[in-house]
Design a protein around this ligand. Structure first.
Ligand code: BTN
Length: 254
């Protein structure tokens, strides 16, 4: 198994390789609770996740040994709690920068943080923050990426292999992602989020394209207009721009 993780300053410097676990997010959260002075960047990687969790309470299913399923711990004390969405921007841009080298501009971020190629999902991110007072005490960032899987039960899923006709060791892919992600995270700490927000916006799936949505049972057409600082999606429809939370809006295109 590919286990060379030496090219970063802190992300993935300490790695726990687990042959099997329920969820790397749960492993990371348990570790953070038991070891409050954990080194930032401690990473948990498994080749077989049996109870993977996704956003909105969904499950994340990934066949053993084929894909990347991993989580790492951050201490983003410099991010105010009302700007938690900054973490979504940082993480999704880190992944996009790493994968774009292989896949090119078709690689998009579907708001808030799905990794898309064309109209298909290649990966997802589950960020779980632990708050203390008005600070983010610790963060678990979980990433699931379809790497070498070549068939799916659902239509709107894809993988690195299907998009590039190449296979890559999932751990090599993880290493590439950690390198770019560390760069974005470190940049944000020093320079703030202004330029990263522009990059995020320019990477958005279906930005400025007329698309179909559903909110509170009502279907409508609209255009993605932007994202607010607190992470709500802005959609322009009938000359009005409305903001939506994750639970309030559904894309109907894919
Ligand atoms: C989503 O798109 O719904 C987010 C999926 C996140 C899945 C990853 S796999 C590694 C980590 N452990 C989990 O239980 N979930 C995340």
């Amino acid at each position: 198994m590919y286990k060379y993780f030496a090219k970063t300053q802190f992300l993935g410097k300490r790695v726990f390789f687990l042959s099997q676990c329920h969820s790397t997010n749960d492993e990371a959260a348990k570790y953070a609770k038991e070891t409050p002075d954990f080194p930032e960047g401690t990473t948990f990687i498994t080749s077989h996740q049996t109870n993977g969790r996704g956003q909105r309470g969904n499950e994340w299913i990934s066949p053993a040994g084929q894909n990347a399923t991993f989580s790492f711990l951050l201490k983003p004390k410099y991010i105010p709690i009302d700007q938690q969405f900054d973490l979504n921007i940082i993480v999704s841009l880190g992944i996009r920068r790493a994968l774009r080298k292989f896949i090119g501009n078709r690689l998009k971020i579907k708001w808030p943080n799905d990794i898309y190629v064309g109209d298909k999902k290649m990966g997802g991110i589950l960020i779980e923050n632990t708050l203390k007072g008005n600070k983010i005490e610790s963060t678990v960032v979980g990433i699931g990426l379809n790497v070498n899987q070549s068939s799916f039960e659902i239509d709107n899923a894809t993988s690195f292999k299907l998009e590039t006709s190449k296979s890559i060791e999932p751990n090599e892919m993880i290493e590439n992602i950690l390198i770019d992600l560390e760069e974005v995270y470190a940049f944000a700490r020093v320079n703030g989020l202004v330029s990263l927000k522009t990059e995020y916006l320019n990477s958005l799936y279906r930005l400025n394209e007329i698309s179909f949505f559903e909110s509170r049972g009502v279907k409508f057409t609209g255009t993605i207009w932007g994202v607010t600082d607190s992470g709500q999606l802005l959609i322009k429809s009938d000359h009005n721009v409305t903001s939506y939370d994750l639970k309030e809006i559904k894309y109907l295109n894919d």
